[in-house]
Design a protein. Structure first.
Length: 283
């Protein structure tokens, strides 16, 4: 468990973002213990285990298939570059993969059922960044990392990107009013990503990039007005608890499913009582 969940890292992150959201809040009325915060703590502690296992399987399988198709000269050219340049290229390549996968999760109804879990967040903060269905996270991260591993970028360059991704993911979800000025067109910020979560019609299906808003500019999906959204979430009937949310993409609302099953069983019992049994007929 300790190898899969870095509790020290979790503590450091909490000690940074909780005070930051108290000192520079975007929505000052929002409490650190807002609705469903415990549910997102469960995501924080346990979701990563499933995701790491899934990524090993998906990326490992993809590498077995792609390895034979990537020319050795291309990977050698990649490795001959300085680490800083590789890190820049990894950032662009990985975020392009993320952008395309993220956009697909909005466009394809079946995929949206997984992604709607993340969009069920109604109060944005650093903790809410962890509420992502494992299937969603495994596929979008695979879209980011498979091209990077296939081209055999250096482990240092990949590590640099990974650290940027992890910290920026927390920052762009955080309940902070921090702005980055003119850099908002180059680097994802709360001003950029909060609009992706806004439950306002004009903001739907916008701002898909993880780090580079330029990708949305090129894709025609950028939306970043001067004001900030006041309402977040989705109108989809996403259930509130972790285990229900894991099942939701496959079975719909878990509560409704349970109620429906109970009613069907009760109806079957009533019919059985009303109908003569085979034993009665033999008598």
């Amino acid at each position: 468990m300790s190898d899969l969940v870095d509790l020290k890292a979790v503590l450091v992150i909490a000690l940074i973002f909780i005070p930051l959201e108290r000192l520079l809040p975007l929505h000052a009325e929002q409490s650190s213990t807002r609705r469903h915060w415990l549910n997102d703590v469960v995501y924080l502690l346990f979701n990563g285990i499933i995701i790491k296992i899934g990524l090993l399987i998906v990326i490992g399988t993809a590498m077995l298939v792609l390895h034979q198709f990537v020319p050795a000269g291309l990977t050698q050219a990649v490795q001959s570059q300085p680490v800083w340049l590789q890190a820049v290229e990894v950032l662009v390549l990985a975020d392009t993969g993320f952008y395309l996968a993220h956009r697909a999760f909005h466009a394809v109804p079946f995929l949206w059922r997984f992604h709607s879990i993340h969009h069920s967040i109604e109060e944005m903060d650093w903790l809410a960044a962890h509420r992502v269905h494992p299937v969603d996270q495994i596929l979008t991260k695979s879209a980011s990392f498979v091209p990077v591993f296939a081209l055999d970028f250096s482990s240092t360059a990949i590590l640099i990107f990974t650290l940027i991704y992890q910290w920026q993911s927390l920052f762009i979800h955080s309940n902070t009013r921090i702005k980055v000025g003119p850099l908002k067109w180059l680097l994802a910020s709360p001003q950029f990503h909060h609009w992706h979560h806004a439950n306002e019609r004009e903001a739907w299906d916008r701002n898909f990039a993880g780090q580079l808003p330029l990708l949305d500019m090129l894709g025609g999906t950028l939306f970043m007005p001067d004001r900030m959204p006041q309402k977040y979430g989705t109108d989809d009937p996403v259930p509130p608890l972790y285990h229900q949310q894991l099942a939701y993409p496959f079975v719909g609302n878990a509560d409704q499913l349970f109620v429906g099953s109970t009613e069907q069983l009760a109806q079957a019992a009533r019919l059985a009582q009303a109908s003569p049994t085979s034993a009665g007929k033999s008598d």
